[in-house]
Design a protein around this ligand. Structure first.
Ligand code: SF4
Ligand code: SF4
Ligand code: SF4
Length: 394
């Protein structure tokens, strides 16, 4: 066990609280209150007080969990120090349900520090009055006691977590040239908006840049699906709202979108952001609302123009065999898992678009580059088998 807990005890409550205040230590993430105030507030709770440590519930991408993976002992020591400060009856560390490997790895150390591991999100209602502690705050607290605390925020732009000054501009952290959208702090931003933001706005530690080759509707749908899985279902607006919001994005990517869906998304998302108990409902609504509000033209292209501007959504993509290039070799038929290519030797092959799953295997297999993918209009194609070289456009 690290000496941190013992050193904190020797420092004493008042001196450590003074140290926390002087260092400006604040709760990390979405609810950034000064840590000394949070500790005093938990101490004032009547009856038993508990420490609930974890990520913010909304943090479904979990990049900050790397901190616990890399240095579990310092995080656990920080939770133990916080527990002693508030006189906690018990201390809990919440880990995502599917992080079984991490849970098993942390368990022996957690037992040493008398911290109970829970594979769930924090129940905010039941934890009222207790000390809710982000794992980054716990690590900062332990570092402060150990004399190695450095101010700053943690950011992952795709190559691991790094500490940076809170006022570092987002444009100095990621390349915004050619960016279509930037995701940070549980919202989508335009590149111009992102230029005004700094590292401290990346409350989940994550900054992602989308280019023209990525579809914002598709990316939003994937994020909402993660939230659907994370929702505990206690709040109707979170439970039902997420089902509806995710379903709508999915329908739009499947070429079944309707204009009314966007109005409905706003009707659901706006109350969801303020009528749900925890950050899962509150932040997920903002993801959907920011995508629709700031990237409306991309939604319109899917819904009204039957087009995915990024060429990502398979429902808007056509795969066809160019009748002027096909040599009738039959290689594509052999690899098609849907068995939807018709042809015979020396005849121009044809794809049954209705059955095609757009897996792209035939494109890879065709050595003559006769199989094309387009999100635009299809050229004139044969409607029956025609001998190679005999296809006429008119
Ligand atoms: S907002 Fe969602 S995850 Fe949070 S308590 Fe309500 S239902 Fe559960
Ligand atoms: S599409 Fe390509 S692989 Fe298929 S028959 Fe024509 S040339 Fe061969
Ligand atoms: S894209 Fe896949 S399913 Fe469609 S024709 Fe090619 S191999 Fe078959």
């Amino acid at each position: 066990m690290k000496a941190t807990v013992e050193n904190a005890k020797q420092l004493g409550f008042a001196a450590l609280l003074e140290k926390i205040k002087a260092a400006g230590l604040a709760e990390y993430g979405l609810v950034p209150a000064p840590l000394d105030e949070k500790i005093y507030s938990a101490c004032a709770k009547e009856g038993d007080v508990y420490v609930h440590a974890g990520l913010n519930n909304a943090d479904v991408d979990r990049v900050l969990l790397a901190l616990l993976k890399d240095d579990p002992e310092t995080v656990l020591a920080g939770i133990a120090v916080a527990g002693n400060l508030v006189g906690a009856a018990a201390k809990f560390l919440y880990l995502p349900e599917d992080e079984k490997e991490l849970t098993d790895a942390v368990k022996p150390l957690a037992e040493e520090y008398k911290i109970v591991l829970v594979n769930d999100i924090i129940n905010v209602r039941e934890s009222e009055g207790d000390l809710i502690l982000h794992i980054v705050t716990a690590k900062n607290l332990a570092d402060l006691v150990d004399g190695c605390y450095e101010a700053g925020v943690l950011v992952d732009t795709g190559d691991g977590l790094k500490k940076t000054a809170a006022d570092t501009k987002v444009s100095d952290l990621v390349n915004l040239d050619g960016a279509k959208a930037v995701y940070l702090g549980y919202q989508w931003f335009t590149p111009d908006e992102a230029k005004e933001l700094t590292a401290k706005d990346a409350t989940s530690g994550q900054i992602c840049v989308l280019t023209d080759k990525e579809c914002i509707v598709c990316e939003t749908q994937k994020k909402l699906l993660k939230y659907r899985k994370a929702s505990c279902g206690r709040c109707v607006f979170c439970r039902e709202g997420l089902i509806q919001l995710e379903y709508e994005q999915k329908e739009i990517t499947m070429a079944r979108g309707k204009g009314a869906m966007l109005d409905l998304a706003k009707e659901i998302g706006e109350p969801m952001a303020y009528s749900t108990l925890c950050t899962v409902g509150q932040e997920s609504a903002k993801i959907a609302l920011s995508a629709i509000e700031k990237f409306g033209s991309e939604y319109d292209a899917h819904i009204k123009k039957n087009k995915c501007p990024a060429g990502v959504c398979a429902a808007f993509v056509h795969i066809y065999i160019d009748p002027n290039t096909c040599t009738g070799c039959g290689e594509c038929m052999d690899v098609c898992p849907a068995d939807c290519i018709e042809g015979k030797p020396n005849f121009i092959h044809m794809i049954d678009e209705f059955e095609c799953t757009k897996c792209g295997k035939c494109i890879e297999a065709c050595g003559d580059e006769a199989i094309q993918m387009t999100s635009g209009k299809l050229p004139k194609l044969p409607n029956r088998l025609v001998k190679v070289g005999k296809f006429k456009k008119h």
